[in-house]
Design a protein around this ligand. Structure first.
Ligand code: ZN
Length: 629
């Protein structure tokens, strides 16, 4: 029975993808019993902690406390959302997905993303070959050498050159059969308003291809060669916004940094391509750069998939200080640890690395103050706190306003502890009591309109935002309490029954309304199971897993599945018996709620004295029922 074209396509992609084959493409697998294990790429793993379950087609690292299926492996590994992971796996398996609108798939042309990606890759190769081989590229080669970029790095970053003519890439394209409107959609050419003809956007520039985190070329940056005749030419230009490229989201070099940052969960953000290349050349791999824009909210959303800590590397000028101030609030709200590294003597990272070396750079990085400390330093710079009380108060208010952005609802969060330490430090520094500071901070927080039920607040309350940081020690791995993920016992029992014997949902759907499932995670999974059952009268573990697209919920499912099957091997109760007990437990909840309702009614109508006897009898009946074993 069909459950819609979209679900059918998902199903086909799942069936065409084997977890062992997929993960084996990324990691070295070793067989262990019936399963495979690998060194987990998301923590500093010395013994293989990532386990593949071939039968369930699932993966799990107990140290990181993360797991999932083929889709969520690709989501996590490639840093993409479910739809993109589905497309990625469909491409890999050669399966055509139905288009989202249900209409025919777009033909090859400027509207087709894959055509644009092919064109960008093609152009990258043309520029790169030209830089390496063309006699006309001699000046460009000399410039690149003068920036001490090594040959291996020229190749690694696929640096290229576009000569100073107006139609070079257009001529290459017409020779290779690439349409002009496709080049325009990639941002390589533009149309002259005066002559209405196409012209190359990048002329006489060293080309730095910009790639997405998956390593696909999506845009270009160009640096004009020194001595260019055109005095008006900007030193650096980037591709305009295109269907492939958004500068507020992309970071230069992130694709090459991914393996390094996956282990350390830390990245340094610089301001230019050449800074990144210089860092990599000096053996500092955890680097990326913004692309002609300040670090913004969308960058953070991308970075959060990979890291817990970001060090912003700034030139030591005033503009750099202002930028730090601007991003600080974003970081606090995103609950990411931000450090600010200000280089001395107005050096940029390139110069600093060349003059003082990578070790000095790393030391500076390790000593970089966190963002709030940085904020305190900036606000109190040159201020006599004891004498200039007015300015001290202004500075303190400014600092507290920033501090109040920190989410500290979760009492177990390290942020909260850190917050308290900062308040204590501020108190000493400004000579104000800690309680007064906390009160003021709470007042600022309270005056901001952030509804308590906002998704972010809920997430942080549930603790799902906790990344697989290096803080998890291998000792945690055997602790099955993790598998509970804070699920109430009854919800966990429900999920365990569903993963062990999914067809039992048939006995539940009509009797168990989803409102009775207490936790949001279990309720969403139960609802997906019920929806599938209503549509197809069938349910398997693989179907549940494929229907659920949320990576966190997939994680919960794998978690429950692993625990459930271990438990099932030990217990004498059959899944059916467990279901009977569970249904009784839910019945008791319903009965208790009804009883409470009647009691409330009774109290309301006590004065009027009518039909109290009937109600009392009903209550007693329920009472007897709930006492039954
Ligand atoms: Zn791990």
């Amino acid at each position: 029975v069909s459950f819609g074209a979209y679900h059918d396509a998902k199903e086909r992609v799942r069936q065409a993808t084997d977890i062992v084959d997929l993960v084996g493409g990324y990691l070295d697998l070793r067989s262990q019993g019936r399963d495979f294990v690998a060194l987990c790429p998301w923590h500093n793993d010395s013994r293989p902690s990532l386990r593949l379950n071939r039968e369930r087609q699932s993966w799990k690292c107990w140290v990181c406390d993360i797991g999932g299926d083929v889709f969520s492996f690709v989501m996590r590994r490639e840093g993409i959302d479910f739809r993109d992971a589905l497309q990625w796996l469909a491409d890999r398996a050669g399966i055509e997905l139905p288009s989202r609108g249900g209409g025919p798939a777009p033909a090859e042309g400027p509207g087709d993303k894959r055509t644009l990606l092919r064109a960008a890759a093609w152009a990258e190769a043309r520029f790169h070959e030209f830089l390496l081989n063309a006699p006309e590229a001699e000046t460009a080669r000399r410039y690149v050498a003068s920036r001490s970029i090594s040959d291996p790095n020229i190749r690694r970053f696929r640096i290229g050159y576009s000569p100073p003519t107006w139609q070079w890439i257009l001529e290459q394209a017409s020779r290779d059969g690439i349409a002009r409107d496709v080049l325009q959609a990639v941002g390589l050419v533009a149309v002259s308003e005066r002559t209405r003809t196409f012209y190359d956007r990048f002329r006489n520039r060293v080309i730095f291809p910009i790639r997405d985190p998956q390593g696909r070329t999506i845009a270009f940056g160009g640096r004009v060669l020194p001595g260019d005749d055109d005095a008006n030419a900007a030193k650096y230009i980037n591709s305009p916004e295109t269907p492939l490229f958004s500068k507020s989201e992309q970071l230069y070099g992130l694709d090459l940094a991914r393996d390094a940052i996956a282990k350390s969960r830390h990245i340094m953000i610089m301001e230019g391509y050449t800074d990144v290349i210089a860092a990599v050349q000096h053996g500092v791999a955890e680097v990326a750069a913004v692309l002609g824009t300040a670090l913004g909210e969308r960058h953070l959303r991308v970075l959060k998939r990979y890291v817990d800590r970001v060090t912003l590397v700034l030139d030591g000028d005033a503009a750099g200080r202002r930028r730090a101030n601007d991003v600080l609030k974003l970081f606090l709200a995103a609950n990411l640890d931000l450090r600010i590294l200000t280089l001395p003597d107005e050096l940029d990272p390139c110069d600093f690395l060349r003059d003082r070396g990578a070790d000095a750079f790393r030391t500076r990085c390790d000593e970089a103050p966190d963002a709030i400390e940085h904020k305190i330093r900036v606000e109190t710079e040159g201020l006599d706190l004891a004498r200039d009380t007015h300015r001290a108060n202004v500075a303190l208010e400014e600092i507290l306003a920033t501090l109040a952005l920190q989410p500290i609802d979760d009492p177990a969060s390290p942020v909260r502890l850190r917050h308290q330490q900062i308040v204590a430090r501020l108190g000493r520094r400004f000579g104000v009591s800690e309680s007064a500071l906390t009160t003021r901070c709470d007042a600022i927080r309270g005056s901001r309109a952030t509804p308590a039920g906002s998704p972010a607040a809920e997430r942080s309350a549930r603790g799902l935002d906790r990344g697989p940081g290096p803080s998890a020690s291998p000792g945690d791995s055997a602790d099955l309490a993790l598998s509970a993920r804070g699920l109430p016992d009854r919800d966990r029992e429900l999920l365990e029954i569903l993963v062990l014997d999914p067809a039992l949902i048939g006995q539940l759907v009509d009797t168990l309304p989803s409102e009775l499932v207490a936790s949001q995670e279990a309720r969403r999974i139960y609802e997906a199971c019920a929806e599938r059952w209503h549509a197809t009268e069938s349910l398997t573990f693989a179907q549940i897993m494929t229907d659920i697209e949320d990576a966190d919920l997939k994680n919960v499912l794998v978690d429950v599945d692993e625990t459930a099957r271990r438990k099932a091997a030990r217990t004498e109760h059959s899944t059916r018996e467990r279901l009977t007990l569970l249904v009784r437990a839910y019945d008791r909840i319903v009965a208790r709620r009804e009883g409470e309702g009647i009691l409330a009614d009774l109290q309301r109508t006590a004065e009027e004295g009518d039909d109290q006897v009937d109600k009392l009898e009903a209550l007693l009946a329920i009472h007897r029922q709930t006492k039954c074993p």
